[in-house]
Design a protein around this ligand. Sequence first.
Ligand SMILES: [Zn+2]
Length: 512
Amino acid sequence: MSFVLTTPLYYVNDKPHLGSVYTTIICDCIARFKRLLGEDVIFITGVDEHGLKIQRTAQEKNIEAKTHCDEISEIFNLNWKKWDISFDKFIRTSSKNHELIVNEFYERVKASGDIYMGVQKGWYCVGCEEFKDNPENSSSYKCPIHQKNLEWKNEENLFFRLSKYQKQIEKIINEPSFIVPIERRNEIVNFVSRGLKDFSISRTNVSWGIPVPGYGNHTFYVWFDALLGYISAISSNSPDPSLEKSINGGWPADIHLIGKDILRFHAVYWPAMLISAGIKVPKKVLGHGFLTREGQKMGKSLGNVLDPDQLLSKYGNDPVRWYLIKDISLGNDGDFQDKRFVDIINNDLANTIGNLLNRTSSMSRKWFDNKVPIIEKKSNTNKLENFANIAVKNYLQKFDIYKLDLAANEVLNLAINTNLYLNDNQPWLLIKEKDNLPLVKEIIYNVLESTRIIGLLLLPLLPELSSKINEQLGSIYKKEIPWKKQLSWGLLINNSSLPKPSPIINKLEYEQ
Ligand SMILES: [Zn+2]
């Protein structure tokens, strides 16, 4: 059994923004965590390439839609490599294998009697690719999200009988584990309780899309196309991909991680489409919040868009990851603040974790011949061992329910407690008395051992920093031994060599 998790398939009208980087980093942490637990992970990301908006963007650039998509898709693909994202599949919805699977899926839904021809009239937002309710109630015919004029549409479309699945969808969304966090579930429960309406799954004026078999000028509605990417990705490397192969290859997804703006498509439309096609629904949909900057919504017109590329080149991967993971409670909205960012990185990573490692390793090298001390006798109670064991237990628990911020805080708290232990025991004073040597050895060993565990706990969160910590302890993560086992206390080898320490993370300067 595989553990399948997905980012949204990102829309290729522009290069990745901070929100996409955030979602993808969170998915990456979960994927790494599950792999460390020994699970067979399929981590899917990719791009959603069809639709009117892309068609128009390409027209504006005076190039073919395909050329535009090739360009932006490549940017996404390279971007995730730059961020060291451990994805297994990168699906493009303009690929041939994806089209095959959309067609197969459509045939199944049709065979269930859930497709019919109807007339679609209404106000449409091209940005959202969605019809909007009752614009006459608002002062302008504008999309509240995009602030762009809505377009009136009146055309023959194929419809999907969503209304038929009212009861089944109610049952699924009332399952507490299906939509998280709970605020998101409540929004969807409200929406569904107003009664599900059939929605159109084809367009007649969009040439950049997958043609609907048997309906000359119709192409599939982007969502009836893009959502299938999660399934087509699974068999994308197979010489003859098919729906059946994908389903047998790991479906259903264990978790779809998405922004809250596209929750309705994932938690309502998608499960209904899947039931209609006789396919299992995903196990969980996690809708995270939006990111603001210094308390303000980011937008091109405001000129305050934070470019993730610049963040990466200025600060590096680990600091950005740490801030996004630790400072934002997954599911809630988050705010990016420059000063706060610098403070958190300096406090948590440079001072609390980095200095702890550096000064302890330096003491040990100085007093014990560049080595980890040999413990001669053990005290009956070891405070630090208890702290570490509790931290590991809590961390695993929090990670398991996707409370990544709380898991990160467990690691940080262990580091804080380790610093306190060191300061309380003051081995630099004890060492002056020869009789204290066994005690000093024990203290230094405990601190180094706790730091080793901190390093290992950081492995799914901050892979780079984690490796640096453990390299500096001369105790790297060993693939052949289960990770959980390596989190047990007491595995740092007595009398093993300690490499010369160097700062594992640089302090950041705050520039106004
Ligand atoms: Zn819109």
